[in-house]
Design a binder for this molecule. Structure first.
Ligand code: AMP
Ligand code: MN
Ligand code: MN
Ligand code: MN
Length: 278
């Protein structure tokens, strides 16, 4: 049984349309898939149609941008009621934060000499919720940088001029929205935040106290010692375990759909009691 519970489509910063993502997941042997676009459920309906025709199990999902003590943390919501009014209001609010943030990022980049940054990024985003990767695309296309990675290293990543994050909601609030919609809240890619051991434990303790459910014990290709470590933390904090590729593009091998290790058998998978996943 292969579950990939963290993926992106063109509804946020992924390369494939939701239907293309579902087909590719099927091709890669994924049995249970969650589309978890940044701060939106917009791709779910299309994914659902594709999942029905491909014969692959799909659960709803999203990846919420949040803050914890001023640090940027991503919380994945899984198996949420996509019609829940509170969650839909939260998504509308996230969209407005993203939009306002994009304007500020655009102004900052414009001042730094990147002409037409906002308009360019907006064009790259198309119908998607705008994010920093769209600014990265624009900068590559305009010839300002060689790659999106370089754009992040120089201008968009943590602490750089395009890193505007002060408006995101607290982790506690995001967990509340997910729980209100009957879903499960998951700390995405716990090692990506580069927290010290003490801080990571503090985050998990807080998360658990807010009613959080699970952590991503596996996020894409990762070293066995990270998996061992997260398995231990997962057990210590009595959380359920999730796993996902964080797929954005077929070009990134380390985030290939469904291609990662298995969860240790002593962990409780976040999907263990989902009717549609049994
Ligand atoms: P945002 O949602 O606007 O805060 O942008 C964050 C997204 O940027 C992440 O979800 C990643 O998909 C992407 N990202 C972060 N760092 C990099 C990087 N170094 N190169 C390419 N994409 C990145
Ligand atoms: Mn992303
Ligand atoms: Mn993330
Ligand atoms: Mn992600």
């Amino acid at each position: 049984m292969i579950a990939d519970l963290h993926t992106h489509s063109t509804a946020s910063d992924g390369i494939l349309r939701p239907s293309e993502l579902v087909s590719r997941a099927k091709l890669h042997g994924v049995d249970l898939l969650a589309l978890t676009d940044h701060d939106t459920l917009a791709g779910f309906a299309e994914a659902q149609v594709a999942a029905a025709s491909e014969g692959i199990r799909l659960v709803s999902g999203l990846e919420l941008s949040t803050l914890w003590h001023g640090r940027s943390i991503h919380i994945v919501g899984l198996n949420v009621d996509v019609a829940n009014p509170q969650l839909l209001a939260a998504i509308a609010s996230q969209a407005s934060v993203r939009q306002k943030r994009a304007v500020i990022i655009g102004e900052r980049l414009e001042k730094a000499g990147f002409k037409g940054a906002y308009e360019g990024a907006k064009a790259c985003a198309g119908e998607a919720e705008i994010g920093r990767p769209h600014f990265g695309h624009f900068m590559v296309e305009a010839g300002y940088v060689k790659s999106i990675d370089q754009a992040f290293k120089r201008y968009l990543g943590a602490g750089k001029i395009g890193d505007v994050k002060q408006d995101w909601p607290e982790v506690s609030q995001a967990v509340g929205w997910i729980k209100a919609a009957g879903g499960r809240a998951v700390v995405a890619h716990p090692v990506k935040y580069k927290l010290t051991r003490t801080k990571l434990r503090e985050l998990l303790k807080d998360f658990k106290s807010y009613g959080g459910d699970a952590i991503e014990v596996i996020s894409g290709l990762q070293t066995p010692n990270i998996t061992r470590d997260l398995t231990l933390l997962c057990k210590q904090f009595e959380l359920m375990a999730s796993c996902g590729s964080d797929f954005h593009t077929p070009a990134a091998g380390w985030q290939a759909l469904g291609s990662f290790g298995k969860l240790a058998p002593e962990l409780t998978p976040v999907w263990h009691d989902w009717a549609q996943a049994s």
